[in-house]
Design a protein around this ligand. Structure first.
Ligand code: NAP
Length: 420
């Protein structure tokens, strides 16, 4: 494919799919990896992450041919549009990419570019690991108990974006359908109203829960927890839970049991070789994350619950500057930090680049570069443990040295060289 708005690097080659059934990749030693630095602090954390990832790749005998892509303000300036087709196509073609945050206006203006990217590329699982790095200040007593990965559905629920604004013909049409045709005429208050629709499908649920269970099995985890608000939203969130359990019976009967089976057949003691799939109601789950942190290992949930839960879990292990993420489709990965573009800090060389750097670790693991990923993690942990940190962590610890974004990246690269 040729691009109008993207320069193809003069070294490196494409990652290809070795086996469409298993999603196994064929990764060259110098893969072309698309990168979007992003809006706001993306201009700070993007280059910092690139520098660290380059160092880790080189230290493990590889290199990355970065392909700069544009979205958000950088795309508007250069191409006059928010999300050029070339950006979407280049990610699709190269299979593994990384992006910084993109700004979304609240209330009016264009819809989220992050949502658009995830939908256009059908990146249906947003994966957010939350684990503790030694030395990171935390608001809880035992942050090391947190070692959890959240699989958040990325295409349905509030991300479907099906909503109508107050005062429009559309909302009036939907309102009269709800009241007159569906019989909810006592329910809705008079006056301006906004209406949204929350779709949850069996297809969307099962492919998300499948990714969570496959991850748990491949990574020797003991439990997968389906998080939902099915007591209130019975036919959407309740159905998510039921379809999740149905999948266990249909596809994982020999390797996984449900919580009911755990008690009925095994008296609460799971056999060593069996994964337990259980479920929790979302509000209870949020408090259990604080009170029974180490009981939760892999979470599978819908979009909005997953957003709240993973940010709250992220706070327990040091905040948004630390929390990495990645979006996965079939044979496709787009890594990105959990945090947003924090416009007030943009271009100040101040914020913490750890979240974007550790998102790069997820990308490396997707390529099968686990050694490079481990090196990134160890170097970040080592720098933080020695008290060399950016402002966000520095304000929470005694002593320590406050570094800028670029100084912190340099400190990590130094440690990569020492550790390699
Ligand atoms: P945000 O950009 O994540 O920033 C909220 C606060 O989190 C910051 O003020 C800062 O707290 C802390 N923070 C975030 N990133 C940090 C970093 N790298 N290092 C240190 N601290 C960091 O959230 P927001 O202000 O709600 O959203 C701003 C824009 O980003 C919005 O347009 C939103 O739509 C967008 N957004 C994009 C994505 C994405 O691209 N995937 C995700 C979320 C939000 P302190 O000021 O307390 O230090």
């Amino acid at each position: 494919m040729s691009y109008d708005q993207v320069t193809v690097p003069d070294k490196g080659s494409k990652i290809t799919l070795a086996d469409p059934k298993t999603g196994e990749l064929d990764v060259p030693d110098t893969p072309i990896i698309p990168i979007i630095h992003g809006d706001g602090i993306g201009t700070d954390v993007g280059p910092a992450a690139q520098q660290v990832l380059d160092a880790a790749a080189e230290a493990t005998g590889r290199s990355v041919a970065w392909m700069r892509l544009y979205a958000g303000s950088s795309a508007r300036e250069t191409y006059g549009e928010n999300l050029p087709d070339d950006t979407v196509n280049a990610i699709r073609e190269h299979r593994a990419a990384i992006k910084g945050p993109l700004t979304t206006p609240v209330g009016s203006g264009f819809r989220s570019l992050n949502v658009a990217l995830r939908q256009k590329l059908d990146l249906y699982a947003n994966v957010r690991p939350t684990y503790y790095l030694d030395g990171v200040p935390s608001p809880v007593k035992n942050p090391e108990e947190m070692n959890m990965v959240t699989f958040r559905e990325n295409t349905e629920d509030v991300y479907a974006g099906i909503e109508w604004e107050a005062g429009t013909d559309g909302v009036e049409e939907v309102k009269s359908f709800i009241e007159d045709d569906m019989g909810y005429n006592e329910m809705l208050h008079d006056g301006p109203i906004g209406i949204g629709i929350k779709p949850i499908t069996e297809f969307g649920t099962k492919r998300l829960v499948r990714q969570a269970i496959d991850y748990a099995l491949a990574n020797d985890r003991d439990t997968v927890t389906l998080v939902h608000k099915g007591n209130i939203m019975k036919f959407t969130e309740g159905a998510f839970r039921d379809w999740g359990y149905e999948l266990v019976e249909e596809e994982y009967d020999d390797v996984a049991i449900t919580e009911d089976e755990l008690w009925e057949e095994y008296d609460g003691e799971a056999p060593d070789d069996m994964l337990v799939v259980n479920d929790r109601i979302a509000d209870n789950m949020l408090q259990q994350l604080l009170t029974r942190t180490d009981e939760y290992e892999v979470i599978a949930t819908m979009n909005l619950n997953g957003d709240y839960m993973s940010d709250a879990a992220g706070a327990q292990i040091g905040g948004l500057g630390i929390a990495p993420g990645a979006n996965f489709g079939d044979g496709l990965c787009l890594a990105e930090p959990v945090h947003g573009s924090a416009p007030k800090y943009a271009g100040e060389d101040k914020v913490n680049p750890t979240a974007m750097i550790l998102s790069g670790r997820l990308l490396f693991e997707y390529l099968g570069w686990d050694d490079a990923g481990a090196l990134v993690r160890d170097a970040v942990e080592d720098a933080i443990a020695s008290g060399e940190v950016t402002y966000d962590l520095h304000r929470q610890i005694e002593g320590g040295t406050k570094l800028s974004t670029s100084e912190f990246a340099d400190a990590i690269v130094e440690r990569i060289h020492d550790l390699a």
